[in-house]
Design a binder for this molecule. Structure first.
Ligand code: 6PG
Length: 228
């Protein structure tokens, strides 16, 4: 694991945004376009504001989500709402966004629509930004869910699966482990001492069903981006 530690969340927000912008520019220079898969939650919001101001050809960038709560895009729990409010503005307003919530009544019924939409995004993804919960979940690969074995199965046939956490609200749509790993660059974005403690627990053990972030850390050269 590569470690980029910042002295403060403010320093992280601007330094990490600049780092992501560099990778996106490299992708555009090399292939004509670039993809960015982001996570929801609270951690990325300040960084998104900084990223939205970065000078690059956002019209060549497609942005999508590592996971989504199966709620309307107007709901405060919606990751799409958060990304629209914090990232898809300023210069980044020119990026194309592929959301995950569709008109299907349930996340399980919505998988097919998501699978068809993701075909617009070339793989490997250029950048995936992951977060991590106190229970070691990442994206919506929750250790408590009945779907965790499918999510961590590298041969799972679909890039998305519907997940019902028992310790957090809402059905989710999540990229599978295999889909997340199909990326040129994976960042793990954490802030606070508490998340560092959880990360150290993850690094100290091997049971991926207990802490699904281990499945990513074991297989990818993840760059940890952290501030206290
Ligand atoms: O939509 C989500 O909930 C996520 O993608 C999830 O995996 C998140 O990254 C972690 O739960 C950390 O969330 P916080 O940043 O709010 O701590």
């Amino acid at each position: 694991m590569i470690e980029s530690n910042f002295p403060s969340v403010d320093a992280l927000n601007s330094g990490f945004a600049a780092k992501i912008a560099d990778v996106l520019r490299e992708g555009i220079a090399a292939r004509g376009n670039a993809s960015l898969i982001v996570s929801g939650g609270r951690t990325p919001q300040g960084m998104f504001a900084q990223l939205s101001e970065q000078d690059l050809d956002w019209s060549k960038v497609v942005i999508s989500l590592a996971d989504e709560r199966w709620v309307d895009a107007s709901d405060d729990a919606s990751n799409e709402k958060m990304v629209r409010g914090h990232l898809l503005k300023n210069k980044a307003a020119a990026a194309r966004f592929v959301g995950l919530k569709n008109a299907a009544d349930s996340a399980e019924q919505g998988v097919a629509g998501c699978v068809s939409e993701i075909k617009q995004i070339p793989v490997p993804f250029d950048v995936v930004i992951l977060g991590m919960g106190e229970d070691g979940h990442t994206a919506s690969l929750f250790p408590c869910s009945a779907q965790i074995a499918q999510g961590l199965d590298l041969n799972y046939p679909q890039p998305y699966l519907a997940v019902q956490p028992t310790t957090a609200p809402h059905w989710r749509m999540s990229l599978s482990l295999a889909a997340l790993l199909d990326s040129r660059k994976i960042f793990l974005h954490l802030t606070g001492e508490g998340k560092k403690v959880v990360l150290n627990q993850a690094l100290a053990g091997t049971d991926e069903f207990e802490m699904p972030i281990r499945a990513v850390l074991k297989r990818a050269d993840v760059e940890l981006v952290w501030a206290p």
